[in-house]
Design a protein around this ligand. Structure first.
Ligand code: ARG
Length: 601
């Protein structure tokens, strides 16, 4: 009852400022349910369950509570739905909002929003620059993504982390949050000992800067160094000494380490530049000086147990294959730290120093157990307070070749990411050559936009948990759910606007969108939902929520374009505005996904 009174006070009909329409609807239906069955049901059961209808011809949203309530109240669900509708309709202020509220099937309530109300919201709240997104309290959100390892090439697995992470960062930036993009580069560890002693022995010229090498060469040398480490006792000893040198900050070792990191970073930057992705490098080495303090602190808190001479933390509920307790090892028997210790330090830093409200880490699903354990540990050690900081481990499936097997080159090697990107740009060139007259320079620029966007979109449009098949032909097709198809629709709007003699800026001040034809209403309602879709994506962190939305948007625009004459019709002005809004939302959607649309196609 108290809850009902609280809800009653909130009487906000103009949505888009601090409430999404769907939240408003949920709120109003909850009130109607409480009013109808107050005292007989719990607050939880009254909480309205509102979803989009599966088919627009049934209405826009449906409320599913009557069926559940019928079990509790032992009453016919249709009768219950009737009572809810009666209480909803008794509200004067709602009359103009709905054109139809009706019971369907066994007791669903289907709600159709009036096209006048949709038009009004589009004109008032969405046609402005924020496109209907609600005011938020900005949060500090850390998105950690990409995170390749030094002296190794980026491969197709890093593509997913990089693209997905970037789109999540872009989403939160657009919504108004304070986003910190972090690249947790693997730039520390015993492998550097081998590399340093290998360079000192065979390639001094690289260390004194008189010779430049690329990452491919470095990767090759790394492999050779590993082999030597296993076969040559002296080399092994030298390498171990270099690890100690590096960890104690000895000048020459540090210099060599820096040179190695620089070679790798240059190669990574080439990829990020092509992908148009910004990242702050904060590699594993950044946390190095904190690691001993953390182990000491864990010890002080009584969380450390010695197992096989290593310092470990045992957490409840984790077992290895043999059914024995599985610990997090924080300090090896030789005193060294590892990947786990660094991640504990990273969480601690992100909570205590960065004051993150939300931490999102994007890696392949193979690291799920690692992050579960580290999360439990940092909560237990009180480095992360779950009431203050929300953590999401965002995982993804594998990229497959057209043979449905793990993506490999013809020679069976893992494909270098940079080669993959260049190949997409080349394929995009072929597509563009057949459609447009472009000089060499333009062709190059446009092909980079189309090729890179096609790769990003094909990745993001697949549910991120699932594996997907990588196909240049499919991703560059002008038909289906592809970037090329969306760009084509976008270009169509640009050309409609060019053909009209009206000036959009003037229309925006003097005219209004009016939704009349069913294709206009359908497109209008879809535009009305943009903020709702971003809200869903910000919760479940699934970029395909947005790609699905944009695909439907382009499809709906094409129907409107087919059914409703724009240029030269009596409705030219409102229809141009509707097209303009479609263009803006498409463009904003592209921005969030990191796509660069073409202006001609
Ligand atoms: N460098 C790792 C790799 O390439 C990914 C790092 C993920 N992030 C982390 N905080 N552990 O597999």
């Amino acid at each position: 009852m108290i809850w009902y009174n609280i809800l009653k006070k909130k009487n906000n009909i103009l949505i888009g400022m601090d409430t999404l329409f769907i939240e408003f609807l949920q709120n109003r239906l909850t009130r109607a349910i409480l009013k109808a069955f107050d005292e007989k049901i719990s607050l939880e059961d009254a909480n309205a369950d509102v979803a989009l209808t599966l088919n627009e011809s049934f209405g826009h949203y449906q409320c599913n509570n009557a069926l559940k309530l019928s079990k509790i109240l032992k009453e016919n669900p249709k009768k219950i739905a009737d009572k809810i509708i009666f209480n909803l309709n008794s509200k004067e202020d709602l009359k103009e909002l709905f054109s139809k509220v009706e019971i369907a099937g066994p007791g669903f309530i289907n709600i159709t929003i009036s096209s006048e109300y949709i038009s009004e919201i589009l004109n008032k709240n969405i046609l402005d620059k924020k496109l209907g997104i609600k005011k938020i309290i900005p949060q500090k959100i850390i998105v950690e993504f990409s995170s390749p390892n030094i002296a190794k090439e980026l491969h197709v697995g890093h593509l997913r982390s990089t693209i997905i992470g970037d789109s999540l960062a872009r989403l939160f930036e657009f919504l108004g949050h304070d986003v910190l993009r972090l690249n947790h580069i693997g730039d520390w560890g015993t492998q550097f000992g081998m590399l340093i002693s290998f360079l000192k022995k065979y390639h001094k010229d690289v260390l004194d800067d008189s010779k430049k090498i690329d990452l491919t060469t470095l990767t090759l040398w790394y492999k050779q160094a590993r082999k030597l480490f296993d076969s040559d006792e002296q080399f092994k000893k030298d390498s171990q000494k270099e690890v100690v040198n590096l960890q104690s900050g000895e000048k020459n070792a540090l210099k060599a380490w820096n040179a190695i990191c620089d070679i790798s970073r240059t190669a990574f930057q080439e990829i990020y530049k092509l992908l148009d992705i910004k990242l702050n490098d904060r590699g594993e080495s950044f946390y190095n000086s904190e690691l001993q303090n953390i182990v000491n602190d864990l010890e002080k808190k009584g969380l450390i147990e010695i197992s096989d001479r290593a310092k470990c933390v045992f957490l409840e509920g984790y077992q290895n294959r043999e059914g024995n307790p599985l610990p997090v090892m924080v300090q090896k028997s030789d005193g060294g730290f590892n990947y786990d210790t660094t991640d504990i330090a990273a969480f601690k830093h992100r909570c205590e120093i960065e004051k993150a409200d939300r931490i999102i880490v994007v890696t392949d699903a193979g690291q799920a157990l690692h992050f579960q354990m580290i999360y439990d540990l940092v909560v237990k050690a009180k480095y992360l307070d779950p009431n203050k900081t929300k953590f999401d481990h965002v995982t993804f499936g594998v990229v497959l070749g057209e043979d449905k097997k793990k993506f490999k080159t013809r020679e069976g090697e893992t494909t270098k990411l940079i080669d993959l990107l260049f190949a997409a740009v080349e394929s995009a060139k072929d597509v563009l050559k057949s459609r447009l007259e472009l000089d060499e320079k333009q062709l190059n620029e446009e092909a980079i936009k189309l090729g890179i966007s096609a790769i990003k979109y094909s990745d993001l449009s697949n549910h991120r948990i699932k594996d997907y098949v990588f196909s240049y032909d499919k991703m560059l097709s002008l038909e289906g759910n592809t970037a090329a198809f969306l760009f084509y629709s976008y270009v169509r709007i640009l050309s409609v606007k060019r053909k009209s003699s009206y000036n959009i800026a003037e229309l925006l001040t003097n005219d209004k969108i009016e939704l009349k034809h069913p294709s206009e209403i359908s497109l209008g309602f879809h535009l009305f939902r943009f903020a709702e879709v971003l809200d869903i994506m910000s919760r479940d962190l699934l970029p395909n929520r947005l790609t699905d939305y944009l695909y439907d948007l382009a499809t709906k625009f094409n129907c409107f374009f087919r059914d409703c004459q724009i240029i030269g019709s009596l409705e030219e002005k409102p229809r141009l505005l509707l097209s303009h809004l479609t263009e803006k939302i498409l463009k904003q959607g592209f921005d969030i996904l990191g796509l660069s649309p073409l202006n001609k196609m």
